[in-house]
Ligand binder design. Structure first.
Ligand SMILES: *Cc1c(COP(=O)(O)O)cnc(C)c1O
Length: 409
């Protein structure tokens, strides 16, 4: 019989979100009258906007005509979309052939893990989006779980805490490592400043590291002057890959459309091109993003689409504001709860001293019938924190906040 892939043997912890779903299910089964509201999983809730939806609908219909039909397209995506992404989102910073259209940022991260394989050091912000670590374990770039139960051997955890303003001490990172960096951050909501990203890029250049910059939330940035792309930082073209997605800003979580940027200057130790290997990965292991979704992406990047996306994002940012206001209420203040929210991300990150994450998760589920996300699920430094997601209908978020404002902790 076939031996099980060692990566899966090492992968001990279940993926965070199935565990949350299980607890919610069990609670609902024993409390059938509870109206449970989720501020948990980072999934979008608001409908597609009209201009973007119409572009996809028109295109889908045109596929039923002989003139409008098309089959496989280029694996790298429609040239018109690659050009539009380069010119609208990265003016003067990248060229269209450095943009690779995909079925989403998570899928690109998995393919990046395939690109670099098992022989590479991996550093992650702690807490972090779970795929960076779990995917690295699956491909064998990380080893067994540590005896403490906190994380995996072979992964370098860079704690991001209130004490360091959520920007890590890079000196723990060895040479030639892949550094996963997400800004605005999921789960903490922290957005790195230009000075911080300059530090990160300078470090990567000096140590031969490559930054995997996850910019899935960059369209949520509202503070003037914060960089939206790593390529706004000089030198980043020599040391960074950026992944991004229409999922969160355009509600494309189900439609599926993202992209990665791999600059031509990026090379391996032997001088060969990373861009050319990435092209190989995309043409071999991927067969192109949905042509319908790509029409949606094109519409999202014209003036009307940009306007629609902005108001969709404003909707979620308003939820984040309401949640932050609630969590800074007197009942939380008395329990010394600290709230971190920058106004540049759809997440509010809160510290509950004296509780571990799952304890406070269970308490809020039981007393308020609200699902949150335990911070410890994102890494050891997330212990005692909860993430509140601003993805939800206004009415649900308002109702959830009403309940939270009467919580006694
Ligand atoms: C949601 C999310 C993604 C996933 O994006 P898809 O394009 O839907 O695969 C990637 N990175 C982070 C940090 C996310 O929160």
């Amino acid at each position: 019989m076939i031996k099980r892939n060692k990566g899966f043997i090492n992968l001990t912890s279940g993926y965070l979100f199935p565990e949350i779903a299980k607890r919610r299910r069990e609670y609902a089964a024993s409390h059938p009258d509870a109206h449970i509201i989720s501020l948990g999983i980072g999934n979008t809730t608001e409908p597609l906007t009209p201009h973007i939806a119409k572009a996809m609908s028109d295109y889908a219909l045109s596929l039923s005509t002989p003139a409008g039909y098309s089959g496989y397209g280029d694996e790298q995506g429609l040239m018109a979309l690659r050009e539009k992404i380069a010119s609208v989102l990265y003016p003067g910073l990248i060229t269209p052939d450095e943009v690779f259209i995909s079925d989403g940022a998570k899928c690109d991260i998995a393919r990046i893990q395939c690109l670099f394989g098992h022989g590479v050091n991996v550093a992650v912000q702690d807490p972090a989006y779970p795929v960076y670590v779990d995917g690295s374990v699956i491909v064998g770039a990380a080893g067994k779980p540590k005896a403490s139960g906190n994380g995996y051997k072979g992964i370098i955890y860079m704690p991001c805490t209130p004490d360091n303003h959520f920007f890590p001490d890079l000196s723990v990172v060895p040479e030639n490592a892949l550094i996963y960096f997400c800004s605005p951050n999921n789960p903490t909501g922290a957005s790195a400043t230009r000075e911080e990203l300059e530090k990160l890029v300078a470090f990567a250049l000096e140590k031969g590291c490559i930054i995997i910059f996850d910019a899935a939330y960059n369209a949520f940035i509202r503070t003037e002057g914060l960089p939206k792309s790593i390529y706004e930082i000089e030198g980043a073209r020599k040391c960074a890959i950026e992944v991004n997605s229409f999922s969160k800003p355009a509600g494309f979580t189900g439609v599926r459309l993202g992209w990665s940027v791999v600059p031509k200057e990026l090379v391996y130790a032997d001088g060969t091109s990373i861009h050319s290997d990435w092209n190989r990965v995309m043409t071999t292991l991927f067969n192109g993003a949905s042509n319908i979704a790509q029409q949606g992406g094109l519409a999202a990047l014209d003036d009307e689409g940009q306007k629609e996306m902005r108001s969709l994002i404003d909707y979620y940012l308003e939820n984040a504001r309401v949640i932050r206001e609630t969590l800074t209420g007197n009942n939380f203040k008395q329990a010394n709860v600290s709230v971190y929210s920058t106004g540049n991300a759809p997440y509010v990150w809160a510290h509950f001293p004296g509780y571990d994450s799952w304890e406070i998760f269970d308490l809020i589920l039981d007393k308020c019938h609200i699902v949150t996300t335990p911070g410890s699920g994102f890494g050891p430094a997330g212990e005692s924190f909860l993430r509140f997601s601003a993805f939800g209908h206004h009415e649900d978020v308002q109702e959830a906040c009403k309940r939270l404002s009467t919580l006694k902790i």
